[in-house]
Design a protein around this ligand. Structure first.
Ligand code: FAD
Ligand code: SF4
Ligand code: SF4
Length: 398
């Protein structure tokens, strides 16, 4: 494999400077009327090569060795545990994996790592797994990305899965990015849709791109496994089927998988997890229409009357009216409650991608043309300062 790099062919360079203007990183200068590239600044983006009218710049990047994709089969789901319980995102992924495996005529395999977890394998089978690969080890009792990645890389090398899915959680993200690098395959983060191209048998990974303005479809034709992370609540969990049967494969991996430079000290739950947006049945969210931070009290009042959680748009979070942990949307939480009440939120795409799977959407907005009304099941065109107190009064009187 050739080392990556960039080179100016001196004989072709006329010193026109077009590459200097094109470089977004300030990496090009002229020395004695010849372009010189600072390799510490250059990201190999290729803009200068495109801009050079004389073909004086060449870029060479390492070419990975394509995988022989033919021997890879089955859809794997990494089973995440949260405080020693299986995270609900893993059950949601098992549900989706069933659909994908159905299209591929293959099996759903749950990859379950930990210590003293065998008792939970049956639940994975009830919720969609055909097989569970179980690795029990004292050192895997707590999630340490390096140890988990080493273990799963070994399993991938042995079993050759076609697809590997994980939650787009802190755990999932830190794990699968390491695996993708070690295995040298592609990874699509934060997918909102997964399908199979039935003709080519490829995983179509859909995710928002360019600030949510387009939905990109990404495929991994040349490398295996095809890996994707999916956010919580995007896919649907299957109801448990106690008649399902499956196989548990207990793997004892020899050799070094534990990185002894790392020691688990203790788990401290991040403050943001205390805002239980993901599991709430009802969410009342406030946006810039609230005008100032103290008016979030209106949202809290309505939420309290409905026993709901409090959400927010990014505009409200960016303004410092409410902590980030409440943000719903592309760069916040994805939620799918039974009822989502958006108050003073215009409904920009980046907000919608985080809440559009809600069963019932209620919008309160004084602008009848606000985009939120396009997806709302119930819309109240009016001033939230008048509407919310009336709603609270009505709910309390019930
Ligand atoms: P505005 O768009 O300003 O809307 C305020 C609404 O309140 C208006 O519709 C107005 O009519 C209404 N209003 C005003 N006064 C009243 C009143 N008295 N009564 C009733 N209604 C009233 N946004 C998110 O929410 N979540 C994200 O995760 C997110 N991620 C992003 C990621 C990227 C890369 C980018 C570029 C943007 C992202 N955004 C996100 C920002 C998003 O584009 C919008 O700017 C944001 O959602 C707007 O918030 P808002 O609806 O509260 O404010
Ligand atoms: Fe600049 Fe990109 Fe050219 Fe490197 S490849 S010199 S970063 S324009
Ligand atoms: Fe040289 Fe091409 Fe850059 Fe012009 S654009 S200075 S010819 S490398």
């Amino acid at each position: 494999m050739k080392e990556k790099g960039i080179k100016v062919i001196k004989e072709k360079c006329v010193g026109c400077g077009a590459c200097i203007k094109a470089c977004p990183f300030g990496a090009v200068t002229l020395e004695s009327k010849i372009a010189v590239i600072d390799l510490d600044k250059c990201t190999l983006c290729g803009a200068c090569k495109e801009a050079c009218p004389f073909g004086a710049i060449v870029i060479y990047k390492p070419q990975g060795v394509k995988t022989d994709v033919s021997g890879y089969k089955n859809v794997w789901v990494f089973i995440e545990r949260e405080e020693q319980k299986i995270a609900s995102v893993s059950f949601e992924l098992l549900g989706k994996a069933r659909v994908l495996a159905g299209d591929l005529k293959s099996k759903v395999v749950a990859v379950f790592l930990g210590s003293d977890i065998k008792k939970d394998t049956q639940e994975l089978i009830y919720k969609g797994a055909d097989e569970v690969i179980l690795v029990e080890k004292k050192e895997l009792g707590h999630f340490i990305a390096e140890n988990y990645a080493n273990t799963i890389v070994r399993l991938i090398q042995k079993y050759k899965p076609e697809i590997v899915l994980a939650g787009a959680t802190t755990t999932g993200r830190s794990l699968v990015s390491r695996i993708a690098v070690k295995i040298r395959t592609g990874l699509t983060a934060d997918c909102t849709g997964l399908d199979i191209d039935k003709e080519k048998k490829l995983l179509i990974q859909t995710r928002p791109a360019f600030g949510g303005n387009i939905m990109a479809q990404i495929i991994t034709p040349n490398y295996r496994p095809q890996m994707a992370t999916v956010r919580h609540k995007v896919m649907k969990e299957l109801p448990p089927d106690k008649n399902r049967e499956g196989k548990v494969i207990e793997e004892v991996l020899d050799g070094k998988i534990i990185d002894d430079r790392i020691e688990f000290v203790k788990f401290i739950k991040e403050e943001s997890y205390k805002v239980n947006l993901a599991d709430a049945d009802i969410i009342v969210s406030g946006g810039r229409g609230l005008g100032e931070p103290k008016n979030f009290s209106l949202i809290r009042e309505l939420a309290a009357a409905l026993n709901a959680a409090v959400g927010a748009s990014r505009a409200a979070v960016d303004a410092g009216w409410i902590p980030y942990s409440h943000q719903v949307g592309q760069t916040g939480r994805t939620v799918a409650p039974k009822i989502y009440i958006a108050c003073g939120i215009s409904g920009q795409i980046q907000h919608l991608v985080g809440m559009q799977s809600s069963k019932i959407i209620v919008a309160i907005n004084k602008d009848p043309d606000a985009p939120i009304f396009k997806i709302a099941n119930y819309g109240i065109v009016g001033d939230l300062f008048k509407v919310i107190p009336l709603l609270v009064e009505k709910i309390k009187s019930k």
